[in-house]
Design a binder for this molecule. Structure first.
Ligand code: FAD
Length: 435
């Protein structure tokens, strides 16, 4: 089959990867001049397979008013005259209950564990390629160095400990660590000058969690895909999909029309706009986040740390022998602009400096910290939208929110299986588009 992949982020490239391996003729259409230049560019780098609980949880709503009032809060809301924004928010509020959050967590864990299996296969296959003397291995700083979520108040830590049993029953291997155990595990938390050190109460450690640079992975996939004959059309904005008799018949772009036998929508936060005229409503809204990529000093964290109170993640990344620290956080409900708000950027630098004062040279210019902002394509419940649509040659792989890197391989394999007419390895309950 000739298949068009609409969008070259991590969702599009991984979908192209499996489809090309399955023998299809694949073409990737992307408005930017390269792959992964939007949300998949400098995300938190966490392959967070066991930490998938959605933002919409039972304890979230009481925290929202103080969050919204504080200038330095991890979540900010900028109201817009946009019914799509308000509808998303109402659905988000409706999902903030224990039953919905538990169900979403269970579904996401199934998808994340499947994705982890596929990532391990991918990495093992790379090892074999090295053994065979092939030089197309993707170096994306992949490491299994574990993740420690640290808590600053006893009540929050106790609640996380209570969740352990539930998570263990679902297959997660996690341990609750005392303050002293956290510091023994990650010496960077022992710095007496650190605000995080002062407020540290305890943490939940997940030794199996991994990190990797999503952008470098995407660049490597592009090279491998080109080697497999996949065509890339960069600088090509998709403007409309034409339909007849329940099928997509033509893809309109600003560089002419494209025909294909099937297409997969992987446009991240932009996904709803293209299919709205077809009568498909995708409840995806951008949650804007920020990151820094710091040159890491010897005293920087060596394992992934999540500061639960401040909602900031710290991931050590290795890039050709150079150690970096990726710092990511903030969730701003603020529309579709990618612009970096200097206030939010300063806030993220301050969080990092206060938590890990010796992790880098904070007197360096902010430019050297590689600031970045991206739009998480978030659904109210936190589940991505995967699978078929009422148009029998249009499939969806979008809405992965804060977990698009973690869930990429599983989601892509599922969509490829559906296109092949095969049964996906996991049940798709909760992932389908509402029609
Ligand atoms: C601050 C931050 C931290 C994060 N941390 C993590 C993390 O640690 N772990 C994790 O798993 N996930 C994380 N995420 C989430 C993850 O980055 C996203 O879920 C993922 O990148 C989404 O990928 P995507 O391919 O769906 O979207 P994108 O990467 O945005 O790709 C969509 C592509 O479609 C293209 N496009 C859009 N419209 C058109 C059009 N009309 N025509 C042609 N092309 C178009 C865009 O240019 C873009 O290249 C984070 C996100 C942010 C913002």
């Amino acid at each position: 089959m000739r298949i068009a992949i609409l969008g070259a982020g991590i969702a599009g490239l991984t979908t192209a990867w499996y489809l090309a391996r399955d023998g299809h003729e694949v073409e990737v259409i992307e408005r930017n001049q390269g792959v992964a230049l939007e949300t998949s560019f400098a995300n938190g780098a966490q392959l967070s397979y066991s930490y998938v609980a959605p933002l919409a949880g039972p304890g979230v709503l009481p925290k929202v008013p103080p969050w919204l009032l504080r200038r330095d809060s991890p979540l900010r809301f900028y109201p817009a005259i946009d019914p799509h924004q308000w509808r998303w928010l109402l659905e988000f509020v409706g999902a903030c209950n224990r039953a919905t959050s538990d169900l979403t967590t269970r579904r996401l864990l199934t998808l994340s564990f499947y994705s982890r299996t596929l990532m391990h296969q991918f990495v093992a296959d790379q090892g074999e390629r090295v053994n065979r003397g092939l030089n197309d291995v993707i170096d994306f700083g992949y490491a299994k160095n574990g993740k420690l979520v640290v808590f600053s108040d006893q009540a929050g830590f106790d609640a996380a400990r209570r969740l352990l049993d539930y998570q263990r029953a679902l297959g997660c291997e996690q341990d609750a660590l005392s303050r002293a155990q956290c510091i023994a595990l990650e010496p960077a938390l022992g710095d007496p000058a650190s605000a995080l050190h002062k407020r540290l109460v305890g943490g939940i450690h997940t030794p199996s969690e991994e990190v990797g640079d999503c952008y470098r992975f995407c660049l490597g996939l592009e090279a491998r895909l080109r080697g497999m004959g996949v065509r890339f059309r960069f600088g090509t904005a998709i403007t409309a999909l034409h339909t007849a008799a329940g099928r997509i018949t033509r893809i309109d772009t600003d560089a002419g029309d494209i025909a294909s036998d099937a297409c997969v929508l992987t446009l991240g936060a932009q996904s709803p706009f293209l299919v709205r005229p077809l009568g498909l409503r995708l409840p995806i809204y951008p949650l804007k986040g920020y990151s820094l990529t710091l040159p890491a000093a010897a005293q920087a964290p060596r394992i992934s740390i999540t500061d639960f109170k401040r909602k900031v993640v710290y991931a050590p990344l290795e890039n050709q022998g150079v150690q970096q620290l990726r710092v990511a956080g903030m969730a701003d409900i603020a529309g579709y602009s990618h612009a970096i708000d200097p206030v939010r950027l300063r806030q993220l630098v301050k969080e990092s400096r206060q938590a890990f004062p010796a992790a880098t040279d904070y007197t360096q210019s902010t430019e050297l910290m590689q600031p970045w902002a991206g739009l998480r394509p978030a659904t109210p419940k936190g589940t991505p939208i995967l699978g078929t649509t009422p148009y029998n040659n249009l499939l969806l792989n979008c809405g992965h929110g804060a977990l698009g890197w973690t869930l990429a391989l599983g989601s892509a394999r599922i969509v490829a299986d559906l296109l092949n007419g095969a049964r996906p390895a996991i049940a798709l309950d909760g992932f389908a588009v509402d029609t």
